[in-house]
Design a protein around this ligand. Structure first.
Ligand SMILES: *Cc1c(COP(=O)(O)O)cnc(C)c1O
Length: 501
């Protein structure tokens, strides 16, 4: 949840909500920030909220997000029917629990976990990859601490080695659970973690190396196989036993279907846990993720809570108790049995094809460099060849006028001078939409060509003022403008990673 900020404007405080059609049912406006005293008819409440929500963007045109925006109506029905089931009541809803376990096992098999014939996989359904990463990180931290304690060594400075391209939830894990994040810096042209540099950074306090399957910024897969090789060698030399977590939030449902021979999962011995977002290419609405461990030994028993819930022992490993989990779990199970590997493969191939069409369309314009790779999560990330007059941020702003939400952001250190636009291709992004987007980008680029550059006009103004005027006032104004230019750039560079989620 976003933390609400206090409203400073007293006008705002007293403001009320007025609704167009709801005035047919309610005479008095309802207060914005205080609970209304009186109740209102249900159709009025519906109308007021529905009207206000019209101002939100259209999820299907939101090309910033990996998160599913469309499911089949049959699944919508199942979701609606299970919204009132509290997933944590495993005793009352044993079938839902069983469906969760089936999903965990299907995912573990998909990732080649070494599971014996009558063995169950180890894993849980979570609230997205963020919770999954918190749990996986905790397991690594505990295991490392236990080992250090047993060796009589200090265990107060754990770290994780990862690329500077990590998703923000790793920074969250690091801060909340007091683990240092040691980030491998990026370079121009290489926007993923370099395994050689990563392994160099590993020390005795490293609880794991986190590799990303599908960098959020460019969709590129990191080389987990090489990482596994290099780390095995280092472990032999040092006796440290450092292992790997794979953050497959976006790529976990891409790689098994499009690149089945790519070794990134439990086929590599040092990979101990993997997370994936069910609500990204798992094709379920927001609210579900998964984490699976290689084996029981990789999840410390002391983190598992055995809840005696209404008479039966339920082992759990989650951050929260109640959550809106049932409908999401059921929806994930629906997708698994409805689509099977064949269905997932078809959908992912389609996404890859649409990404190709979009990429080729953008390349043909001759104005952009493509930053994303052909192998990876189906998305197109691209930067302007020449940004001396206009920037990708202006392209993004102008595309909004056509209804498209295409984020623009700068790369993390040491590639922060590169700014890119990113279009995520989801199942609901059709070939027709890809073609339409290309033609709208052409329109935007043509329009920008006719507009003065915000940068050069400001520069020209500074020069003119400095040359022609000597009064104090003019000097001050020149200084102000210079400051403004600096601020303009700062704004472009700072905070532009938001939207890349
Ligand atoms: C999306 C994403 C996350 C966060 O996942 P949520 O499911 O949104 O919590 C973490 N890592 C990567 C690489 C991602 O793409």
């Amino acid at each position: 949840m976003v933390i609400t900020s206090a409203v400073t404007d007293p006008e705002e405080q007293t403001q009320s909500l007025h609704s167009t059609f709801a005035s047919r049912y309610v005479r008095d406006p309802i207060p914005r920030f205080k609970m209304p005293e009186k109740c209102i008819p249900k159709d009025a409440a519906y109308q007021i909220i529905n009207d206000e929500l019209m101002l939100d963007g259209t999820p299907r045109l939101n090309l910033a997000s990996f998160v599913t925006t469309w499911m089949e109506p049959e699944c919508d029905k199942l979701i609606m029917a299970s919204l009132n089931k509290n997933y944590v009541d495993m005793d009352e809803y044993p079938v839902t629990t069983e469906l969760q376990n089936r999903c965990v096992n299907m995912i573990a098999h998909l990732y080649h976990a070494p599971i014996g014939e009558d063995e169950a996989a180890v894993g849980v359904g979570t609230v997205g990859s963020s919770e999954a990463i918190m749990l996986a990180g905790l397991a690594f931290k505990r295991k490392w601490q236990a080992k250090r304690k047993a060796e009589g060594k200090p265990y107060d400075k754990p770290n994780i080695v990862t690329g500077a391209n990590v998703q923000v939830c790793w920074e969250k894990f690091a801060r909340y659970f007091e683990v240092e994040l040691k980030e491998v810096k990026l370079t121009e042209g290489c926007y993923v973690m370099d395994p050689v540099k990563a392994v160099e950074m590993v020390d005795e306090n490293t609880i794991c190396v986190a590799a990303i399957l599908g960098s959020t910024l460019t969709g590129e897969f990191e080389d987990v196989k090489l990482l596994n090789e290099l780390l095995t060698k280092k472990n032999k030399e040092t006796g440290w036993n450092t292992s790997i977590h794979v953050d497959a939030a976006s790529g976990g449902f891409i790689a098994p279907f499009l690149y089945p021979d790519l070794e990134w999962d439990f086929r590599l011995p040092l990979v101990k846990s993997i997370n994936v977002s069910g609500h990204k290419y798992g094709l379920v609405y927001p609210g579900v993720g998964w984490v699976v461990w290689r084996s029981k030994d990789d999840l410390p028993e002391e983190l598992v809570f055995h809840i005696n819930y209404l008479g039966s022992d339920q082992p759990t490993f989650t951050l929260n108790f109640s959550k809106a989990g049932s409908s999401q779990i059921i929806a994930q199970y629906y997708q698994f049995i409805r689509l099977g590997t064949e269905g997932y493969k078809n959908i992912m191939e389609n996404c890859r094809e649409n990404a190709r069409i979009l990429r080729e369309g953008i390349e043909k314009m001759g104005r952009f460099n493509i930053v994303s790779k052909d192998v990876g999560v189906p998305l197109v990330a691209f930067s302007l060849k020449d940004s001396s007059q206009h920037t990708v941020f202006e392209v993004s702003d102008h595309l909004r006028k056509f209804g498209w939400i295409v984020p623009a952001y700068t790369m993390p250190p040491d590639a922060q001078h590169i700014a890119v636009l990113r279009v995520v291709i989801r199942e609901d992004f059709s070939r027709g939409l890809a073609e339409r987007l290309v033609s709208d980008i052409v329109k935007v680029v043509d329009l920008l060509d006719t507009l003065p550059s915000p940068l050069s006009t400001k520069k020209a103004h500074v020069v003119a003022v400095a040359n022609n005027e000597t009064s104090e006032k003019a000097k001050k104004s020149a200084l102000e403008t210079q400051k403004e230019i600096a601020l303009y750039w700062k704004r472009l560079v700072d905070g532009k990673r938001v939207g890349a989620c």
